[in-house]
Design a protein around this ligand. Structure first.
Ligand code: KIV
Ligand code: ZN
Length: 513
């Protein structure tokens, strides 16, 4: 009888909503987080780290709501090895079906000496206590020795052994500062695999940051040496240079299955829609030449390449665009398209709309289809996001009038509404019509910011395409992003600026409890 070797399954642990959200300006509101979590479950992610409940009311609510409503993946909440953190994480997770508490404590000499002021024995004691407390609430426990990649090899073995003995079912090895290189990191994993006596009682996970651009390479090296879980984020979002990019690591495993001989459960045609959703929600644009999900990832420009592609695509393509979710046809809707067609496209783009949301987006869609003959996927995504950015009880544009003549200062009159109150102001200074409108918004809302980046690009194609504006502003040392969409680029920019101001107001609920 012949036996077939089943490929090893690698668990994909997504931390877009926790580590990804820690990117400056990437904070999301509750409904945005729920949308991303649902999309991650549709993508086939195994574990979703939904937040760090002790850090803010927003994080707590997100973990709680996601645990209650998102099925198909294990929902995880982060906690330091402190009683209040662990209790709060459990409070948020307790109503979920499959849940995990992830506890962490730094172990490297530099963190022990300067950050924690604890000796090795104290670290082990606290790690064990943290794991045991988490274990008293649920079975699925992950422990991370923060800055593991810079921790002494012997001490790392001791901590990992103790954490597994205390009940950790997954031990995650973070390269917190993105310091590792592939051969070095493979050695860290080998050391644990060979020297920790109870290592077979837990899954070894890796969590690589991308400071040297090596997060994906380091994660793959770890998989080759026995790691069974990869922690990653959509579009590689995350602290500083970000985390291991989910789409890149998953497609490397799939495309080089001949070499790695492992599998993931990711439904790869959902990669592009999920990437777009996260980019639209966070306002973090995906660079055009980004591997897998960038707009140019499958574009062939050189004549020789185009010739080869026409003869046989595999001459220059190692993956098919459809495998990652690039559809060849950008389905066009028009003013005669109905709700069913809109729902269908919204779903294909990764959105789950309630009836109420669908009705609102349908209204906007009809308005747009009156202005613009053909409505593309990019336009639909932009309309949905535009609706998502309208938080209750915030500033909305009622009307504006702006005048700009070459050689003269612009003037703008703007009316904003908040609830049922309307406020109007007129400005006749600034560097241009948008600057005048931004100043008017600052005057009415009383919130002033420094603009760090401002862009307008087309949401789809054609001269009548909607302008999609993104803005990055700084307020009291914090970065906020805003988005705005309109067929009129001045309106798109104004909406983006106002969206950033609205996010500043919402962001004030991010206080540590
Ligand atoms: O980078 C890191 O060390 C982390 C841990 C909390 C896992 O994000
Ligand atoms: Zn991290």
């Amino acid at each position: 009888m012949s036996t077939t070797n089943q490929p090893r399954q690698i668990t994909i642990f997504d931390t877009t909503l926790r580590d990804g959200e820690q990117s400056p300006g990437c904070s999301m509101n509750l409904s945005e987080k729920l949308e991303v979590a649902q999309s991650l479950a549709d993508l086939g992610v195994n574990v979703i780290e939904a937040g760090f409940p002790i850090t803010s009311v927003g994080d707590f609510q997100a973990v709680q709501e996601i645990a209650k409503s998102v099925s198909g993946a294990t929902i995880c909440g982060l906690a330091r090895c402190r009683d209040q953190d662990i209790d709060r994480a459990w409070e948020a997770l307790q109503h979920g079906t499959n849940v995990r508490i992830h506890v962490f404590l730094a172990t490297s000499a530099i963190h022990r000496e300067f950050k924690l002021k604890m000796d090795k024995q104290e670290i082990i004691r606290r790690a064990v206590e943290g794991v045991k407390r988490a274990k008293s609430y649920c079975d699925d426990i992950e422990f991370s020795p923060e800055d593991a990649a810079r921790t002494e090899a012997d001490f790392l073995c001791e901590v990992v052994e103790a954490a597994i003995q205390a009940g950790a079912t997954t031990v995650n090895i973070p390269d917190t500062v993105g310091y590792a290189t592939p051969a070095h990191f493979a050695g860290v994993i080998d050391n644990l695999m060979n020297r920790v006596p109870n290592i077979d009682q837990a899954v070894i996970s890796v969590h690589c940051h991308n400071d040297l651009g090596l997060a994906v390479a380091n994660s793959l090296a770890a998989v080759e040496h026995g790691a069974g879980q990869i922690e990653c984020t959509v579009n590689g979002l995350g602290e500083r240079a970000g985390n291991c990019s989910l789409e890149e690591v998953v497609m490397a495993i799939r495309t080089r299955n001949d070499y790695y001989q492992v599998e993931t459960s990711i439904n790869t045609p959902r990669l592009v829609p999920t990437s777009r959703l996260v980019s639209n929600i966070t306002g973090m644009l995906v660079q055009r030449n980004k591997a897998i999900v960038g707009r140019n990832a499958f574009a062939h420009e050189a004549g020789i390449h185009q010739d080869g592609m026409l003869k046989e695509p595999t001459t220059y393509e190692i993956m098919r665009p459809a495998d990652v979710g690039f559809t060849q046809t950008d389905l066009v809707l028009g003013k005669h398209s109905g709700r069913a067609a809109l729902t269908d496209r919204a779903r294909a783009l990764g959105y789950h709309l309630t009836d109420e949301q669908l009705e609102a987006v349908f209204e906007d869609f009809k308005d747009l289809a009156d202005k613009k003959k053909e409505v593309y996927d990019g336009d639909i995504a932009a309309l949905i996001e535009q609706r998502n950015t309208r938080f209750v009880d915030q500033w909305q544009i009622v009307s504006y009038e702006v005048q700009s003549t070459s050689g003269q200062a612009p003037s703008a009159t703007l009316t904003l509404a908040r609830g049922d109150q309307q406020h109007t102001t007129s400005i006749d200074c600034g560097d241009g019509p948008l600057d005048a409108l931004f100043r008017a918004i600052e005057e009415i809302t009383g919130t002033t910011v420094v603009v760090r980046d401002f862009r307008v690009q087309s949401a789809s194609r054609g001269k009548d395409a909607q302008g999609e504006s993104t803005i990055e502003v700084e307020h009291h040392g914090q970065v906020y992003r805003g988005r705005g969409v309109s067929t009129d680029t001045v309106e798109a920019g104004t909406r983006a600026f106002l969206n950033a101001i609205n996010r500043i107001e919402v962001g004030t609920n991010k206080n540590t409890t």
